[in-house]
Ligand binder design. Structure first.
Ligand SMILES: Cc1ncc(COP(=O)(O)O)c(C=O)c1O
Length: 469
């Protein structure tokens, strides 16, 4: 049989050599052999171009709103007073509103200056180690079927999660504003550790508020925060998780705002936090899109990310909103759909104001805020960022929910097949990719792997001994 080189096949099929190499790696061309270079049988069948298939699939779904101008979306959303449709805004007592206005003024002037942007770029490159790579999970993909699964490796960002993208941005702003202290809430401890790193870097004091339950579940991060020189204040109110940590951090900030800066960890809170956090996190999607196209020659069929408050997801999604790509936000279904058993605020919440902004929030029958629950401390919040509520309402992003057990399966499967231990938060997005790969026969999915799972080892191995032995 006659064989062709990649170069010869590229001319025959009128396809780039890079694209052909990607197809070979995806095992989509039959009969290929390797003798110092790839050799492809002359009569090999040209695989179907998924770009066309993906676009066709979109016409059947509500995922892509053709009548919405996503090219100019960022110019219009949020509005100058912080609204995404009816979601967002700022609902604060007067004195706190004054403090937040100072933050917004600083953000609009200082954070947009060439000096600030250059300094942040330098930090991202040399301190954080950006860009983080996109990785093709060949073993996991082959194990599940034909869908190709790719990860945007935010777990390789310094500190082990996406949280540092935002923490360094806000801390740099705090430094420019002359603040001496950083205050932050944390659930999984990823944001707490990121803010503690930023405080060390910028030589600022640092108080991290964390629910007492989470200080037990995520002990490695508590130790990290302390080693980094910051204080951990365990919050013992209510469910002793993220919501109460936010309450306590806000209360502290209300007393200390003259001297301190509140570094909010997710795309939630009063305006301008959802905007700032989105802007500091959009590097994820911008890099990922460029890297994915460079690797494969096309866009992914699906982009997915887990949604707690929604910062890694909103950062990942921005660059893809204007593209013909299905976008999926993955929430935590915990033990089921009953309020108190999950954290799926988009899927199961109702509109209300919480922590100074209007969005979708889990509610009890009497309209009070419902308790959130999930094994993932970083997703354990009863509300969601206003931009997610909006993207859900206009139908551009689809929101799915994954149970504790499904996330745990993904946690162990990715670890075993790829040698990558995902954070239990990120495992929810990986679990969605696994479900997707089991349900369709071709295509690609790009998942934001928001963090690494070292912090979860003790908890996961104790809770699910049968899944890894
Ligand atoms: C690794 C990781 N991923 C995701 C999240 C969820 O946050 P967000 O929805 O803001 O990305 C957290 C929160 O702590 C986290 O630690």
């Amino acid at each position: 049989m006659k064989y062709l080189t990649v170069k010869e096949l590229s001319e025959k099929w009128k396809m780039s050599e890079r694209r052909i190499r990607a197809l070979i790696k995806e095992k989509r061309i039959e009969g290929v052999k390797y003798e110092n270079k790839y050799l492809i049988p002359e009569n090999a069948k040209k695989p179907l171009d998924r770009r066309i298939k993906g676009q066709r699939a979109l016409e059947d779904t509500s995922l892509n709103r053709q009548d919405f101008d996503f090219k100019n979306y960022r110019k219009h959303y949020p509005t100058s007073d912080g609204y995404f449709g009816r979601f967002g805004g700022s609902f604060l007592p007067k004195h706190l509103q004054k403090a937040i206005d100072e933050v917004y003024d600083g953000y609009l002037t200082i954070a947009k200056s060439a000096k600030f942007i250059a300094e942040l770029r330098e930090i991202r490159k040399n301190y954080q180690g950006r860009p983080t790579p996109v990785y093709h999970c060949l073993n996991l993909s082959n194990h599940l079927g034909k869908v190709q699964i790719y990860l945007k490796r935010e777990d390789l960002n310094h500190g082990g999660s996406h949280k540092l993208n935002n923490a360094m941005g806000q801390a740099l702003l705090a430094k420019y504003l002359g603040k001496k202290k950083l205050i932050a809430e944390t659930g999984a401890g990823s944001h707490g550790a990121a803010v503690a790193m930023a405080a060390a870097y910028f030589d600022l004091e640092c108080d991290i508020y964390m629910g007492a339950v989470d200080t037990q579940k995520q002990r490695p991060n508590v130790d990290r925060i302390k080693v980094l020189g910051a204080n951990v204040i365990a919050v013992k109110e209510g469910t002793q998780t993220l919501k109460e940590a936010v309450d306590a951090a806000f209360n502290a900030y209300a007393k200390e705002y003259k001297n301190a800066f509140y570094v909010l960890g997710s795309a939630v809170g009063p305006h301008p936090y959802p905007l700032m956090v989105r802007d500091f996190q959009e590097i994820i999607g911008r890099e990922a899109k460029e890297q994915f196209v460079a690797m494969t020659g096309e866009l992914p069929d699906v982009v997915a990310a887990c949604v707690g408050g929604g910062s890694n997801a909103i950062g990942m999604f921005q660059a893809f909103l204007e593209e013909k790509v299905n976008i999926v936000g993955v929430e935590a279904l915990g033990q089921g759909p009953t309020i108190g058993q999950n954290s799926a605020a988009v899927s199961l919440g109702k509109e209300m104001i919480l922590h100074g902004f209007n969005s979708l929030v889990l509610q009890n029958e009497d309209g009070s805020v419902g308790d959130a629950y999930t094994i993932a401390s970083g997703l354990d919040y009863p509300g969601v960022g206003p931009e997610h509520a909006f993207l859900h309402e206009i139908g551009r992003v689809k929101y799915e929910a994954i149970t504790d057990e499904e996330a745990a399966e993904a946690f162990f499967l990715l670890s075993r097949l790829e040698g990558i231990i995902p954070a239990i938060e990120s495992s929810h997005a990986v679990a969605y990719a696994i479900k997707y790969a089991r349900s369709v026969s071709a295509g690609s999915i790009l998942v934001c792997l928001s963090g690494r799972g070292d912090k979860d080892m003790e908890f996961m191995t104790r809770k699910y001994p049968n899944m890894y032995k």
